[in-house]
Structures are given as structure tokens and as C-alpha cells.
Design a protein around this ligand. Sequence first.
Ligand code: ATP
Length: 769
Amino acid sequence: MPVKILPPFRFLNPCLPVSRFQSMNLKPANQYSRTLPIFGRVFPFKLKYLGLAPPPSHHFGPRRLSTRSSRPRPSSTSGFRGEVKVSKSLMEDEAELSDWVSGLKDDSFRTRFNDDDSEGERGTGRSGRDSMKRTREIESDEFGDFNRRRGRSSAESFSRSSRKNGPNSVARTRYESESGIEDDDDDDEMHSRKQIRSFRGGNSTLSKRGGGGLRRGDRGPQKQAHLVSEGEDEDEDEELKGSFKGLLSEEDSEEEEEEDDDDDDHDEVLKKNASSLFGAAAKEAVPRSSTGKSDSYLSETRFDQCPISPLSLKAIKDAGYEKMTVVQEATLPVILKGKDVLAKAKTGTGKTVAFLLPSIEILVKSPPISRDQKRPPIVVLVICPTRELASQAAAEANTLLKYHPSLGVQVVIGGTRLALEQKRMQANPCQILVATPGRLKDHIENTAGFATRLMGVKVLVLDEADHLLDMGFRKDIEKIIAAVPKQRQTLLFSATVPEEVRQICHIALKRDHEFINTVQEGSEETHSQVRQTHIIAPLDKHFLLLYALLKDHIADDVDYKVLVFCTTAMVTRLVADLLGELNLNVREIHSRKPQGYRTRVSDEFRKSKGLILVTSDVSARGVDYPDVTLVIQVGLPSDKEQYIHRLGRTGRKGKEGQGILLLAPWEEFFLSTAKDLPITKAEAPLVDPDTRKKVERALSQVEMKSKEAAYQAWLGYYNSNKKVGRDKVRLVELANEFSRTMGLDNPPAIPKLILGKMGLRNVPGLRSK
Ligand SMILES: Nc1ncnc2c1ncn2[C@@H]1O[C@H](COP(=O)(O)OP(=O)(O)OP(=O)(O)O)[C@@H](O)[C@H]1O
């Protein structure tokens, strides 16, 4: 594909709207001098040569691993110690998720209940029709006049500021690519997702399980499952990892559908776990070396220097944003000019606002929708790969729409009832829709008038674009693209844009789109303030080491907040069970949990400190949990990109963080696929005999059902890995080693049907049933 390098800056269109706020400070950009931190961000190598850079100690040589954080520690008299900062979520059932998001925008003026909703869920307050009746807060003529008067100075100031930052932080390339939709009808992974769904749908019974991380006594009674409907699990990353990676046990499919009545003793258990933890955590207070935060993700440009509507600016100010992040500064002018954009920026650097803010500005400038319009158009359509991410993006949209009372956002995601969403959309039509792909497709196919509403789309956003364009989602995305007008603007955002994605991005983007890459050429795609290490240890040491690493970290940091990534949903459950038995303060989240539960746990983790979240890849991308101190990845990540996204849950907004990758010797090959990342070797922590005994005892307490499901899922996951799954005999040997690490003398038997589907029938070492 011919690549044309453009000059890195563009001047803004002077006709763009600008702020009318009196408080708006339109100082010339050249007033901002660049001091050392900015210089250091742009030219870190120069600082090194000047002897001003911090020593990159973590880049070199093996060393004993400490999870000790260098963030400032609270004093030992911190009010936090002895109590856990958790709060019970307000969500009462999964149907409330969307309402919650819709309600976020104007909690202050939209708190009443929707009386005529027979389901009894919280309504979104003021109806959409009502809101449609309101006059737009910005008259387009007035806006235009104002632009003509003020636009140039603001635009120039913004452009000057962009020029100052841009060349060092942003590369922009125009791709001469063909537009149009690629015809891809040989989609193995998609096919296997369908297989998995039908397989799951065919299972009918299973035990109900209570909240993850809760004690075993908290588990509920057995219950009958219903079929998993198509489109309810479109976002389950585990399902997308290979040819038959799901291979779910009967238990798996039922958990998806269970309801959330498992939290009665939640707080009680939380408190118990917390007090035992904080007792241990209080024992030392090591001074930290740095402030724990860098502003390198921010640009020098303030939002109020940009051509943004006053009402959006007011909301931005309320949200506490003052300066734009580098990616926001780089993309805003290009998007406002109407260009298609493919943007790459590191994790946690504000990509959500980067695509939402200009989309809202485009919406603000669109002709107002007639009150009588039966099916008001959806103008901005945002697609996210997971439910959590979609909800989060919708919440961010609500923040930005705070002072735009006539504009609304809704979210449609799997795991909630389609009919409820239909009702909600009818009662409260929105102009911005955030959706997961499978559920959106369901609405296109099953919701009356929805396809017509989509014909109004002016801006289509694919968040985590590389993931959405890979095989697992491709067909859904193609259907969605076919359902929106060709004459639209498309924005693709991600922290990772592998070459394959650049090759196929023409599926969605126009040929003259711009590729805006804020990751400097030659620099890593991860954050330098996040220390990355790997530990290579035999599989039978992994549970021990995980426990030892967590204990060390908890002892070092009272404000610990840890994510433990596991390979599959069922391995996640097993690890959460084990850590729970070891009295750690743990929650679990994965695709086999019902949506209401997922929302509650996610919300709780967002607000908490002193908590460990054991998770599958449903939390790998995009989820914005503040102040995560450590990310541990146990076992092979599906690829380098997934490693980067998982790691990116820490070190957000310039904060410090730490990442540990725990691999078996036969998984070490992963490191060669991530050679360009600074993942240094660390020695495993020492494990004393007492700890070993404790872990063995805890393992023996974990339910057999969990172990069986984990064994099968483990086998499915590694079977789908090109390298490990190639030699089936070896694969089974490894799986049986995993089984022994769980304390099992014999590997669990697997149904013949599943073995057949995995291509593992008659492989020595397997037991079938
Ligand atoms: N201009 C800004 N100033 C300060 N904080 C900001 C700004 N813009 C966004 N944020 C905050 O930064 C955090 C990270 O943003 P966001 O989740 O959009 O990152 P991201 O780049 O999409 O990350 P990921 O790649 O993991 O999806 C959020 O808490 C968001 O509210």
C-alpha cells in the first residue's frame, strides 16, 4: 500500500465553532514555555545523555522481584487502614445497567422513576420525546456568526499549540487505501464462536454459583438454565481465542444466565477479608521515591483554546479536564475537519474523550431533529468489544453531554433483555448509541424501525478497532457497516494497531483517512513508568508464586489494587476460588458471570482499594480502573497486543504501575514475540514451606467442579494456540501437569463430544466420558 507521509500538522478550519465563554482564555499558545518535563517526554534520550533521566534500572538484568510500589504511601495513620474502601453497587439487576448509564448524564434532573415500566426498573427520567421538544441550546446561525468572528484566532491558537507538541509526539500518515467492504466469507473463528454458542445453548442444567471471591458457603442453590441467546455473548473474549477455545462445561453456560441474588453476605465477607488483610498490610511503611505520576500523557493545549461549543467546555471543566491529552490534541482538529481517522495512542491516555468530544461537536452542529419525527436518527454510533467498555464509554458521553439537555446517549449490550432495550430506546430516543457488536446486530435484525434510525449515522466509531476488525468480530462489524450510510465519518481508535489491521482498515475507512500515531516511532507501546518483569517457573509453582507475589505486594502497599489475568473464564474461577480460600480479598469477573454481577464487581473494583480482581480477558481492553498498582498475567497471553492491553490497566493517566508475567518454561517463546517491550527477567520470590502447605491446603478446599472446568478450559485454550496446540501428545502431557498442580491425582474425564470437537480423541493421557 503506498504510504504518503504528510507534514505532521494541519491548521484548523477557521470556520469551526469556538467557545463563547467569557471565562475562556484565549492566550496565544506561544505563551506556554516548554520546560524540562515536556522536554523529557519528547526527548528522553537527551535527558539520559544530560544525566537527567531516571535510571532505567528495570530494563536490565535479572533481579529478585519486588512488587513494592514507588508511589507515595499514606502514613501509617491513614484513615483507610482497617477498613476496606468498597461500596456496594447501586445496580440491582442487569437491566439497570443501561438505565444507569442513561441516567448518568443528568442525575440531578433525571431521577424520577418511569412509572409505566412494568419491569420496575429505574427509568431514565425525562423522556426522549420530551427532551426532543426542548430547543437546542445552540442556534446554528448564531454559532456560525460567532465562528466567523472568533474562529480564526481560536483555531490559530490551537494550531500553534499543536505545532509545539506535535512533531515530537504525533506521526500522521495518509493511507491511499481502497474503500469498500471486504468480502470475507471464510471466517473460522466466527464459525467457531457460533459452534460454541450452539454447544452452550444445548446444555441445560447446572449449579448456580454465588459471587466470585465469596466464600463457598455463599453459593446459591441449583437452578435450571435457559438457552444462551445469540448475541448475548458477543463480547466474550475467551470465545475468540481459537478454534474451540470455549469448550465450556455445562456449568459455564448456565452461569451466564443466572440472576444476581448472591450478594446478601457480600459486605460481611468483604469486611472480614479486609480486616485480616489490613492487619498484615499495616506492618511497614517504606518511603517512596517519586510522586508516582507523570504528566507526559497531557499536551500543553487547554480545551478552552479549542473550537469546542461552550456547553461541552463547561462539561469538560466539570469533569476536571483542563489540558488535552496528546491524542486528543492530535485528533480533534482532524476529526472536526470531517476526516476519517485511524488513531493509535497508549493505554489510559484519553482516547474515549478523543473520539467522543468531536463526535458530540459534530452532533451539536447537525440540524435539529424534528419533534414529530417518528424514528429520530442515531447520529453517532460507537461500537465497543465488551459490555463493560460500552457502559464506560456511554458514561463518559453522559459526562460530556451534561449541559446538552437535548442530546442523549443510550447503550445496548449483550446480557440484558433485548425487549427492555427496545422499550427503552422507544421511550427515550437518543442521538448517540454505544453498543457491543452482537447486540447491535440483534437490534438491526429484530427491532422495528431501528435500521431506519441507523440511516442517520454521521459518525461511526470503532473503539479497540484492531480487536473489532479481527476475525472474531469481523462479520458482525461488516453487517453493521453495511447498515449505516456510506456517506459518514469513521473513527478507529486503539492502543495497538498491528500491520494486519492497517491492511484491512479500508473495510471501514475512506481511502483518504489519516493515521494518527501518538506513539513515537521506535518507542515502546507500553508506558515507561510501568515496570514490566517476567518470571519463568514450572507450572507446578505457579499457584505458589502467585500467592507469594500477591502477599508481598499487599504487605508493601496498603492501597494495593491488583488485577490478575488468567487464560480462560474457568481458570479465572479456579484462581479466584483458590485465592479466596487463602483469605485474600478477591473478586472475580469473566464472561460466565451474569451481566448484573459483572457490573457490580466492576463498579466495586473501580471504587475500591485493597482488592484483587481475578479476571479473564473481559477486563483486558479499555476498562478504566483508577490506581491499579499491579497487573499479574498468569500463563500465555493470546498475543502481544493482548499483553499490552492487559498491562495497560495500570499506569493510566501517567501514574506508576507494575506488571508481572508468569510463564512456564514452555511458554517462554511468547517473549520473543514481544521483544520490543521492556519485559525484564525477574527471579521468583522465595516460597517457604509454610506457604507451600497453606496453598496445598487451600487447593484441596477448592471444589472439584471448579477444577474439572478449569482443566477442560485450559486444554481448550492451549489447544487453540498455534504453537502449544501443534503437538497434541505434548499438549495433553502439559494439561495433565496442570491437573496435578490443582492437586488431582487423575486428570478429569472430558465428554467424548468435546474431545472430538477439539480434535483430541484418542490422544494418550486423556480420559473421556
Ligand atoms: N484531558 C484529560 N485530562 C485528564 N484526564 C483525562 C483527560 N481525558 C481523559 N481523561 C481520563 O483519563 C482516563 C483514561 O481515559 P480512557 O479510558 O479514555 O483511556 P484510553 O486511552 O481509551 O485507554 P485504553 O487504551 O486502555 O482504552 C479516564 O479516567 C478519563 O476520564
